[in-house]
Ligand binder design. Structure first.
Ligand SMILES: *Cc1c(COP(=O)(O)O)cnc(C)c1O
Length: 392
């Protein structure tokens, strides 16, 4: 394994966000030429990318194929839902945050029948709940699960969810946007039809496209399902298989950057190496923040290696807007919270950041609090009471 982190060369702030995120210089530099989308060189790049992504599933990946899709991650989610949930289907959406809610909204737009299990901001959907709903609703054909719900940072228990879905003979679609590449998803252990992720999350590419890893038989059976010309995964797949090309203008530079990012991912030790660095980042950041008085939204066992949500301090001297500017002045772009009930902010620990930088982040947070005159970073008591109540 090589040391993956190099010092920044361009002097821009670090992005402590869940994507776009801080990319390696080599990844940015890979974009400094132009490619013809029709040309054999670019077709070879597309083929290599698809093969590398499928290989990341391990031996069980043989049954899957990779279909890239232009646009941000949401475009690929919508493509997956519209292509694989047929017009007469019925999807159960497991939501515990903004991305689960978004999947349900996409199904509404697509006119696909769906049922929502909404666990709020704090808690994971459990296998037993899924089993219960599926046995009471025999007409549910698909289950949509969010692996890491990036709006809180919770890592949902995909194993028990997949087991419940498989036992009931239904089909699992996974939004693995912010986990794929850093948290293992092995089809020999977790049975699923398709998962979706994007270029600018744990593989550390630049934004521009998403990709779906789907069973070949699922792709074959998806002809005619999609409501949309441009988001039809079956059509994109069939055309790519036949010609090696994307159906419409591909994000050539983003693909070139992504290939470099995939090589760096492999050099770091693949999913295991990448996941270990992100976990170490969290394990330095979270205790450092707690030592300053901050509390995490989630109980220890649900913290992901991707991003962590902290409650805003109750101290009236704290202002998120001032905190943001104070952190930016110290070289770090942070991320607002996305919770419905309490004030929070998020610190991502993915991208080209390592444990040393996490120590620098904690120091910057301490300085920012001093600058604002915040005496204690402790959250409001109501937030901690609510958390305890929901965990009970
Ligand atoms: C990032 C992300 C998405 C996609 O968001 P875009 O802004 O469209 O790229 C979807 N689901 C999850 C869980 C995500 O983290």
């Amino acid at each position: 394994m090589s040391d993956p982190i190099e010092p920044p060369r361009l002097g821009e702030p670090y992005l402590l966000t869940p994507g776009p995120l801080t990319t390696a210089y080599a990844t940015k530099a890979a974009m400094l030429r132009d490619w013809g989308s029709w040309d054999g060189d670019f077709r070879a790049m597309t083929a290599e990318m698809r093969a590398r992504l499928t290989a990341m599933l391990g031996a069980g990946g043989e049954a899957y194929d990779c279909v890239p899709m232009q646009g941000s991650g949401t475009f690929a989610v919508e493509a997956m839902l519209g292509s694989f949930v047929p017009p007469g289907g019925h999807a159960l959406v497991l939501a515990n945050g903004a991305y689960g809610q978004r999947a349900a909204r996409a199904l509404s737009y697509l006119g696909r029948r769906h049922t929502l299990l909404d666990k709020g901001d704090y808690l994971p959907p459990r296998g037993v709940e899924v089993s219960e709903i599926l046995s009471e609703n025999q007409d549910i054909t698909h289950v949509v699960a969010i692996h890491c719900e990036t709006s809180s940072g919770i890592l949902n228990p995909l194993g028990e969810i997949a087991e419940a879905v498989a036992r009931a003979g239904r089909r699992l679609l996974i939004d693995a946007m912010s986990s794929f590449g850093a948290v293992p998803i092995d089809p020999e252990e977790i049975r699923f039809e398709a998962l979706v992720s994007s270029a600018n999350k744990c593989i550390e590419g630049v934004p521009g496209f998403g990709f779906v890893l789907a069973r070949k038989e699922t792709l074959e059976a998806a002809a005619g399902n999609s409501h949309s010309l441009s988001l039809d995964l079956h059509a994109q797949w069939a055309y790519m298989e036949a010609t090696g090309q994307w159906r419409f203008t591909p994000p050539t530079h983003a693909v070139a950057a992504f290939l470099e990012a995939l090589r760096l991912h492999e050099a770091e030790g693949g999913v295991t190496g990448r996941g270990a660095r992100y976990a170490e980042n969290r394990d330095v950041l979270v205790p450092g923040m707690r030592a300053l008085g901050f509390e995490t939204l989630l109980a220890e066992r649900w913290l992901s290696p991707i991003i962590t949500t902290f409650f805003c301090p109750a101290d009236p001297a704290f202002s998120f807007a001032r905190f943001y500017e104070a952190m930016k002045a110290r070289g770090f772009i942070i991320y607002p919270g996305k919770l419905t009930e309490v004030d929070s902010f998020r610190l991502g620990h993915i991208g080209q950041v390592d444990a040393q930088m996490m120590r620098d982040v904690v120091r910057a947070v301490r300085e920012a609090l001093e600058e604002m005159g915040v005496a204690s970073a402790a959250p409001p008591e109501s937030a901690m009471r609510e958390r305890a109540r929901l965990e009970a």
